[in-house]
Design a protein around this ligand. Structure first.
Ligand code: AMP
Ligand code: ZN
Length: 137
């Protein structure tokens, strides 16, 4: 299903022009308008899924196939020395556009900041509790 009010539905389906790097029947890869680095791109499904929770499993595989293809191309053509895949789900995770997308962020040896976190220092017991919480019945 597509959502006429969703900007990424409209971009993915070609109603709004974009700098397209790749397109097939189900997906479009575009340049991000507010790039974190040269070549920062977004993989958009043409169908509307708000986030990873709504994304069908098979689409997840397709998205990763496209990510791999684009990663190789970016390394060859841009000469990036690394690449971050970023995928935000929900406001608390920083998602601002509620249409599933994956960021491809090429990285260069230019000392630019890597999106990161402050590592915690949980005890063995705390880690085991969290493991049981996620995996338990
Ligand atoms: P997120 O925070 O994961 O939802 O990321 C949304 C991304 O979409 C941001 O990096 C924005 O710069 C980008 N963005 C928003 N509107 C557009 C647009 N019309 N064309 C291209 N990128 C966009
Ligand atoms: Zn949409």
């Amino acid at each position: 299903m597509r959502d006429e009010k969703c900007i990424f539905c409209r971009i993915a389906n070609g109603e709004i022009p974009s700098n397209t790097l790749y397109e097939d029947d189900g997906y479009r890869v575009i340049l991000d308008l507010g790039p974190a680095s040269k070549g920062h791109a977004l993989i958009l499904p043409k169908e509307h899924y708000a986030d990873l929770y709504e994304l069908p499993e098979e689409a997840g595989g397709e998205v990763m196939r496209i990510a791999k293809k684009m990663a190789v191309r970016m390394k060859e053509k841009l000469g990036c020395t690394g690449l971050n895949l970023v995928q935000n789900n929900g406001e608390s995770a920083g998602q601002t556009v509620r249409h599933f997308h994956v960021h491809l962020i090429p990285r260069y040896d230019d000392g630019s900041r890597i999106a990161g976190w402050t590592p915690g220092n949980p005890s063995e017991e705390e880690l085991a509790r969290v493991r049981d919480l996620i995996c338990g019945q």
